[in-house]
Design a protein around this ligand. Structure first.
Ligand SMILES: CSC[C@H]1O[C@@H](n2cnc3c(O)ncnc32)[C@H](O)[C@@H]1O
Ligand SMILES: [Zn+2]
Length: 433
C-alpha cells in the first residue's frame, strides 16, 4: 500500500474549524487514512503543505466542460438568444475530437483551481469520459437530450441515447465516472418523451440532471401549456426525487421550494451564469432554509467565463445577499459547504470533507499571498478572497494531479495549443455554414 503524507499545513475540518494537522492518504484505496497532529504520521511520498490550507477538493455540480472552446465566443445576450443565435449553431459543428480537446482544456483549468469533481451535461460523452479518465478527477457524465426541432424519430433516438449512455458509462475510469439521465430542460424536451422515458430511467435506477426554472421566460410557456408551475409539472412527469438535481432553480416560488424539499430533489446554483445571462437571482437562502440541498456550479465557460469555483463561491455569497436583501444571507460557511459537501452529496460521491474514510480528494491552498493577509478567518478567505491560482497541489482518489502547480496528468502547454487551434477552426466552420 502506498501512502501519501500531506504535511506541515492547516486543515479545514468537516465542522469548518481549522487546525494544524497532517493528512495521510491511502493511495491504492483512494481514501483518507488519518488526520493527526503535525509529526505523528509518515508516508512513502510527501506533499509539502507548509504555509498552506488543506481543503476538500471542490465540486463543480453543473457544467459543460467542453464549452471552454466557446469561451468569449458569444457574450452579453440573454439565454434564449445566446443559445439560438450563437451557441447551438456553432455546437452543431463540434466534432468528437473538438469535444475531447475542449474537455481537456476545461479539466486542466479545474485541476489547476482545486476542483476534483464535476457534473457535466453534453454530447460525444465518450470523449469527455476519456478526458476525465486521463485527468484523474471524478465526474458525473451524461448525454443531454433535446427534442425540440426534431422529428419524432430523431427526438426518440436522442432521449434513448441519454438512457443508453448513462447505463453504459456508469463506473468507467475505475469508478470515478458515474452517470445521469439528462433531459436538457422542461421546455426543450417534449412532454410525451418525458412521460415515456423518465419512468424507464427511474426503473433503471439512474439519477437525473436537468436545467430547470432558469429564466422567467421559460416559466410562462410551461404554465400555459401544462396548467402548472414548472416544478409541479416536473413532479407530475416523475422527474423529482432524491436522485435528481436541477441546475439553476432561479424562478421558484414557495410551493416549488417545498416540493423540492419534500421530494429530496437537489438544486445547483450557478451565480455567474445567472448574472451574465441576466437570468435572475436564485433564492439560495430560502432554498437552504426550506431544506433543499444546494450545490454550486460554474455552468459552461461560455456563460461564466471561467471554471474557477473560488470565483463561484464569492459570486454566490454576494448574489445571495442581494437576492435576500440581507447581508447575513448565504454566508461564507454556507458557500464553502455548497462547493464541497453539498456538491459531493448531490453527485453521490463520498467526499467533500477531510476526515478518515472519506475519498482522498483534496486541494492545498497557498496562503502566502498579499490578498490572503492577514488570516483572521480562513473560511472567510475561501469564500471571499482566495482564487483558483492560489491552489498549490491537487489530489483526487489519492493520486497527485498537480504538484507545486505542475500538472502530472496533462501537458498543459500542448492542451492549450490544441484547444486554440480547434476553437479557431470550429468558429471558421460555423461562419462558413
Ligand atoms: C445538448 S448538451 C447541453 C446543452 O446545454 C447548453 N447550455 C449551456 N448553458 C446552458 C444554460 O445555462 N441553460 C440551458 N442550456 C445551456 C449547451 O450549450 C448545450 O447545448
Ligand atoms: Zn447549463
Amino acid at each position: 500500500m502506498s501512502e501519501l503524507l500531506v504535511s506541515g499545513g492547516r486543515v479545514l475540518r468537516p465542522d469548518l474549524t481549522v487546525e494544524r494537522a497532517d493528512v495521510l492518504v491511502d493511495q491504492s484505496a483512494g481514501e483518507i487514512l488519518a488526520v493527526e497532529a503535525p509529526g505523528e504520521l509518515a508516508g512513502d511520498d510527501e506533499l509539502d503543505a507548509s504555509g498552506g490550507l488543506v481543503i476538500p477538493g471542490l465540486v463543480n455540480a453543473h457544467t459543460h466542460v467542453a464549452m471552454t472552446l466557446l469561451r468569449g465566443y458569444a457574450d452579453d445576450k440573454p439565454l434564449d438568444a445566446w443559445l439560438q443565435e450563437d451557441i447551438w449553431p456553432v455546437e452543431a459543428e463540434l466534432t468528437p475530437e473538438d469535444v475531447r480537446v475542449g474537455a481537456e482544456l476545461g479539466l486542466v483549468e479545474m485541476v489547476k483551481s482545486g476542483t476534483t469533481a464535476l457534473s457535466d451535461m453534453y454530447f460525444h460523452v465518450d470523449e469527455i469520459a476519456a478526458a476525465v479518465e486521463q485527468a484523474g478527477v471524478r465526474a458525473v457524465l451524461g448525454h443531454t437530450a433535446v427534442t425540440v426541432g426534431k422529428d419524432d424519430e430523431g427526438a426518440r433516438a436522442d432521449v434513448q441515447e441519454s438512457l443508453d449512455v448513462a447505463l453504459e458509462l456508469d463506473g468507467a475510469a475505475d469508478g470515478r465516472v458515474r452517470t445521469t439521465f439528462q433531459p436538457h430542460s422542461l421546455t426543450t424536451v417534449g412532454e410525451e418523451y418525458l412521460r415515456e422515458f423518465v419512468p424507464e430511467a427511474v426503473e433503471a435506477g439512474l439519477p437525473m440532471h436537468l436545467h430547470a426554472n432558469e429564466t422567467e421566460a421559460e416559466v410562462a410557456p410551461i404554465v400555459e401549456e401544462h396548467g402548472m408551475r414548472p416544478l409541479e409539472y416536473a413532479d407530475d412527469v416523475g422527474l423529482l426525487g432524491e436522485d435528481t438535481f436541477l441546475a439553476h432553480c432561479v424562478h421558484v416560488d414557495d410551493d416549488e421550494i417545498d416540493r423540492l424539499a419534500e421530494t429530496g430533489t437537489g438544486a445547483v446554483h450557478c451565480p455567474a451564469s445567472n448574472m451574465k445571462l441576466a437570468s435572475g437571482m436564485a433564492p439560495v437562502q430560502r432554498l437552504l432554509d426550506g431544506g433543499v440541498t444546494v450545490g454550486l456550479g460554474t455552468d459552461g465557460a461560455a456563460s461564466n467565463n471561467d471554471l474557477d469555483m473560488f470565483d463561484e463561491m464569492r459570486d454566490a455569497a454576494m448574489l445571495g445577499k442581494l437576492a435576500a436583501d440581507d447581508a447575513s444571507a448565504v454566508a461564507a460557511e454556507t458557500v464553502v459547504r455548497m462547493a464541497t459537501e453539498n456538491g459531493a452529496d448531490l453527485l453521490g460521491f463520498d467526499g467533500g470533507r477531510i476526515e478518515p474514510g472519506a475519498n482522498a480528494d483534496l486541494a492545498v491552498l497557498d496562503l502566502d499571498a498579499p490578498h490572503l493577509t492577514p488570516a483572521h478567518d480562513l473560511v472567510s478567505h475561501l469564500a471571499y478572497a482566495a482564487r483558483g491560482s492560489d491552489v498549490r497541489h491537487t489530489v483526487c482518489d489519492g493520486a497527485v494531479l498537480m504538484r507545486d502547480r505542475d500538472l502530472t496528468v496533462f501537458d498543459e502547454a500542448a492542451v492549450r495549443e490544441r484547444a486554440s487551434e480547434h476553437a479557431t477552426a470550429l468558429v471558421e466552420r460555423a461562419e462558413e455554414s
